[in-house]
Design a protein around this ligand. Structure first.
Ligand code: HEM
Length: 512
C-alpha cells in the first residue's frame, strides 16, 4: 500500500466516522423534537461557557433585554445547562397554569440536592403523586396551625396573635432606639430579622426567642448565609467540573446546611419526646400527628416519616427572608416618598383610630395600604425569578418545542416591568392599583408576579400579605419614620434569589 492509498483510506475512515456521528446526532435530535416544531431561539452560545459571559451582574436585566429580541420563549446556555426563559404574563400563565403539570418539576441542580438532601418538597422531590401529597400536607399543616384559636388574646387566630405580639414588640424597640440615636437614625434590618423570624419560630416550633438569644441569632445568620450562597448561583450547577474541584463557597454552604439541619433535628427530637396527640402545639406537632395517623391512611404511605416531618424545614426556610426583604423595601419607599407615608397614616387614623392597634380585619378597609404593598412587590420585584422549574414531559409552548427535563426560568421581574401592562413601570405609584371609586383593582393586583403561579405557587402568600400588613400598619400607627439628614436614597439592589436594597438608616419620631 503506497502513501496515497494510506491517506485515502484514512480520509474515508474519518468521513465514515463523521457521517456516523452526524447520523447519531440527527437521531438523538429527532428523538427529542417533534418534526417541524422549532426549538426556542436565543443568542449563540460560546463553547464551554455558553452565554454565561453575556450575563450582567443583574441577570434578570440581561434576560429582560434578551426578551425584546427573542420574544416570550427563548433559550440560553449557562455553561453546559440549557435554560429556557419564559416572560410575558400570558405566556407564563399558559405554561404554569394551563400546561401546569408539564412545567411543575424542579431541575436536578447540584445546589438543590446539597440544600435538600432528598427530603424537600420545595427543592428535591420529583413531581408526581408523592409530591402532590407532600405539598397538600404542608398546606394543611400551615393552614391548620395559623387558623388555630389564639392562646392568650382576643385575636381572630393564632397567626394574628403571634404577628401582633412581634409587631408591637418591634415598634417599642424601634422607639427606644430612635430616642437613643436621634438624628443619626438606625439601620432597621437586624430588628426586622429577629421580629419576623420569631413569628415563624413560634408557628413551627412553638417558641419565641429574645432578640439577643445566641442560638436564635446563629440560626437566623445561617439561614441568611445559605440563601445568599444559594442565590449566588453556584458554578457547580452550570459547569459540572466544579463539582469535583474544591469550592470554598460550596463547602461553606454544605457546612451551614448541616448546622441548620442539626438545629431542626434537635427541635423535632424535642417535639417527639413531649408529643401529645391531644395537645398539638405547633406545625411540628401537626406533622408528627400526621405520621402517627398514617398507618390507617394508606394514601400517605408514599411519603416517609422523615419527609413529612422535614416539611417544617421547607416552611421555616421560606417563611422569613422573603417577608423581611419585603419590609426592608417597604421602609425604604416610605422614607423616600413621605407623601405616600402620609396617605397610609391617614388611612390608619380613619379605619383603626388611636384606641386600638391594627388587626387582620382592617385589611379589606384599607385599599391604599394594600395598593402600597402591591406596588412594593411590583416595583422592587425582589424575587426576580421564581425558584427554577423543569419540564416533566416533552411540550410545545407558543409554537416552540421544549424537551422533558429542561430547566426553565420564570422572569417575574419582566412581567412586573412590562410597559404593555403598566404604562409607566419605573414610577412608584400605589394609586395605579385603585379604581376611580378608590377600591382595589383586583384584576390588576393579580398581574403582579412575586409568588409564582399555578402548581408551584408559594404556600405562604396569604400569610406573607397579612404579616406585612400588620407589621407596617403597627409601625406607622405608633411612629413616624423619615430619611436621616444628608442620606442619598438609592433604589438599586444586590442580585440574588431575593434582592436586597442597599443598607440605609431611618430616623424615628414617636407619633404621640
Ligand atoms: C413576601 C413573602 C414571600 C414571597 C415573595 C414568596 C415567594 C415565593 C416564590 C416566588 C416561590 C417559588 C414559586 C415557584 O417556584 O414557582 C415560593 C415558594 C414557596 N414558598 Fe413562598 N414567598 C413568601 C413567603 C412565604 C411564606 C411566609 C411561606 C411559609 C410560611 C412560604 C412558603 C413557600 C413554600 C413552601 C414554597 C415552595 C412551593 C413549591 O415548591 O411548590 N413562602 N415562594
Amino acid at each position: 500500500m503506497n502513501l496515497e492509498n494510506i491517506s485515502h483510506t484514512a480520509t474515508s475512515e474519518v468521513t465514515l466516522i463523521l457521517c456516523a456521528f452526524a447520523l447519531l446526532l440527527l437521531a438523538l435530535h429527532g428523538r427529542r423534537r417533534a418534526p417541524g416544531v422549532p426549538v426556542p431561539p436565543g443568542p449563540r452560545p460560546w463553547p464551554i461557557v455558553g452565554n454565561f459571559l453575556q450575563m450582567e451582574e443583574q441577570v434578570h436585566l440581561s434576560l429582560t433585554n434578551l426578551r425584546v429580541q427573542y420574544g416570550d420563549v427563548f433559550q440560553v446556555k449557562m455553561g453546559s445547562l440549557v435554560v429556557v426563559v419564559l416572560s410575558g404574563y400570558t405566556t407564563i400563565k399558559e405554561a404554569l397554569v394551563r400546561q401546569g403539570d408539564a412545567f411543575a418539576g424542579r431541575p436536578d441542580l447540584y445546589t438543590f440536592s446539597a440544600v435538600a438532601n432528598g427530603t424537600s418538597m420545595t427543592f428535591s422531590e420529583k413531581y408526581g403523586e408523592a409530591w402532590v401529597l407532600h405539598k397538600k400536607i404542608c398546606k394543611n399543616a400551615l393552614r391548620t396551625f395559623s387558623q388555630t384559636e389564639p392562646k392568650d388574646s382576643n385575636a381572630s387566630c393564632l397567626l394574628e396573635e403571634r404577628i401582633c405580639v412581634e409587631a408591637i414588640d418591634m415598634v417599642e424597640t424601634l422607639k427606644a432606639q430612635g430616642e437613643e440615636f436621634g438624628d443619626s437614625g438606625i439601620d432597621p434590618v437586624q430588628l426586622l430579622v429577629t421580629s419576623v423570624a420569631n413569628v415563624v419560630c413560634t408557628l413551627c416550633f412553638g417558641k419565641r426567642y429574645s432578640h439577643n438569644d445566641k442560638e436564635f441569632l446563629t440560626i437566623v445568620h445561617i439561614n441568611n448565609e445559605v440563601l445568599r450562597l444559594f442565590a449566588a448561583g453556584n458554578l457547580a450547577d452550570f459547569f459540572p467540573i466544579f463539582r469535583y474541584l474544591p469550592s470554598p463557597s460550596l463547602r461553606k454552604m454544605v457546612e451551614f446546611i448541616n448546622r441548620m439541619n442539626n438545629f431542626m433535628e434537635r427541635n423535632i427530637m424535642e417535639h417527639l419526646v413531649n408529643f401529645d396527640t391531644n395537645c398539638i402545639r405547633d406545625i411540628t406537632d401537626a406533622l408528627i400527628a400526621m405520621c402517627e395517623d398514617r398507618q390507617e391512611d394508606k394514601e400517605s404511605a408514599v411519603l416517609s416519616n422523615s419527609q413529612i416531618v422535614h416539611s417544617v424545614i421547607d416552611i421555616f426556610g421560606a417563611g422569613f427572608d422573603t417577608i423581611i426583604t419585603g419590609l426592608q423595601w417597604s421602609l425604604l419607599y416610605l422614607i423616600k416618598f413621605p407623601n405616600i407615608q402620609d396617605k397610609i397614616v391617614q388611612e390608619i387614623d380613619n379605619q383603626v383610630g388611636m384606641d386600638r392597634l391594627p388587626q387582620f380585619k382592617d385589611r379589606p378597609n384599607m385599599p391604599y395600604t394594600e395598593a402600597f404593598i402591591n406596588e412594593v412587590f411590583r416595583h422592587a420585584s425582589y424575587m426576580p425569578f421564581t425558584i427554577p422549574h423543569c419540564t416533566t414531559e416533552n411540550i410545545t409552548l407558543n409554537g416552540y418545542f421544549i424537551p422533558k427535563d429542561t430547566c426553565v426560568f420564570i422572569n417575574q421581574y419582566q412581567v412586573n416591568h412590562d410597559i404593555e401592562i403598566w404604562d409607566d413601570p419605573e414610577s412608584f405609584r400605589p394609586e395605579r392599583f385603585l379604581t376611580l371609586s378608590g377600591h382595589l383593582n383586583k384584576s390588576l393586583t393579580e398581574k403582579v408576579m412575586i409568588f409564582g403561579m399555578g402548581i408551584r405557587r408559594c404556600l405562604g402568600d396569604n400569610i406573607a400579605r397579612l404579616e406585612m400588613f400588620v407589621f407596617l400598619t403597627t409601625l406607622l400607627h405608633r411612629l413616624h419614620i423619615e430619611n436621616v439628614p444628608g442620606q442619598e436614597l438609592d433604589l438599586s439592589s444586590t442580585f440574588g434569589l431575593t434582592m436586597k436594597p442597599r443598607p440605609y438608616r431611618i430616623k424615628i419620631i414617636p407619633r404621640n
